[in-house]
Write a protein that binds this ligand. Structure first.
Ligand SMILES: C[S@@+](CC[C@H](N)C(=O)[O-])C[C@H]1O[C@@H](n2cnc3c(N)ncnc32)[C@H](O)[C@@H]1O
Length: 283
């Protein structure tokens, strides 16, 4: 039977997504809502509405891409992070809720300082960390750095989406190498995964440069920690926050201690009680 109504389209799409997704019905509703420009509640109220041929074709195209494990965020072009909406596509990692704890820690540290601060986000991707922190601490100066010009174009769109062009400067560069001044607070969610161990949908569709942490997942920390020690402001309190994989705590702490022998270094857990952030503070 040809698909004609919202209800029929959703039933057929959900059944075809069963092997690709743990949430086939939700995925189908979100994607059809995107095609029709309707919220989830509006979709439920529109069950008997007829779909046009164009709508059916557009929806089927999205379901095919979802069947090939493409993240929903790429299919609808956006993702919520820290209560804000971000443009996302294949040029950037999809922002993860796990990363919100780094934003939380950054804002706590910023509020404890009573002076103008220069902050950097290394490996900014979509710009989600830089934008979320700056949105809640609008007096800071933020540098958002990425090695990927394509990712920086997405970050630029998000800086503009949130009206933060005055506060956030985007920089194309490798690690901290292009930062123009000492930094009070350095933030980074660097690539730290082992490509062989990533789930297929992520490995197939998200940028390798955003994921690949090298043979043991620690390449970026080895590069960034000593470089961070050299760029952090001296003589005043300064800090660095690095997101880590839940299994990397002891190794990254050891690397941090080698670069910051005098600093206070601690592991911060995420809401699921997994090690998630290495926090380095120096006075
Ligand atoms: C794990 S993603 C994080 C993206 C974003 N900050 C987030 O939390 O969703 C890592 C980012 O670091 C960038 N990157 C990788 N190596 C880099 C390097 N050497 N210097 C600067 N950025 C780098 C990648 O292009 C990618 O955008």
């Amino acid at each position: 039977m040809a698909i004609t109504t919202v209800r029929e389209a959703l039933i057929e799409a959900a059944s075809s997504l069963i092997s690709a997704s743990l949430t086939p019905q939700l995925d189908a509703r979100v994607l059809l809502g995107h095609v029709l420009g309707l919220t989830q509640t509006q979709i439920l109220a529109a069950f008997n509405d007829q779909l046009s041929t164009e709508q059916v074709e557009q929806f089927q195209g999205l379901i095919e891409r979802r069947s090939a494990l493409e993240p929903i965020a790429y299919l609808i072009g956006s993702r919520e992070f820290y209560g804000l909406m971000f443009n996302v596509d294949r040029r950037v990692l999809v922002p993860r809720p796990d990363t919100e704890i780094l934003v939380e820690q950054a804002l706590t540290w910023i509020k404890q300082q009573q002076r103008p601060l220069v902050v950097a986000d290394i490996g900014t991707g979509s710009g989600c960390i830089a934008v979320a922190v700056t949105k809640h601490a609008p007096t800071i100066k933020m540098y958002a750095v990425d090695l990927s010009p394509a990712a920086l174009a997405v970050a630029q769109s998000n800086v503009e989406r949130h009206g933060l062009q005055q506060q956030i400067e985007l920089i194309h560069g490798d690690g901290v190498s292009q930062l123009p001044e000492p930094i009070d607070l350095l933030l980074s969610n660097p690539p730290y995964t082992l490509l062989d161990e990533i789930e297929p949908g992520v490995r197939l569709h998200e940028p390798t440069l955003a994921l690949d942490g090298g043979p043991d997942g620690l390449d970026c920390y080895r590069q960034l920690l000593p470089a961070t020690a050299a760029i952090l402001r001296q003589g005043l309190p300064s800090a660095a926050l690095f997101e880590i994989g839940a299994w990397q705590g002891s190794e990254v702490i050891a690397l941090a201690q080698a670069s910051f022998p005098q600093a206070k270094i601690q592991l911060v857990r995420d809401l699921a009680a997994r090690d998630r952030v290495v926090q380095i503070e120096q006075v």
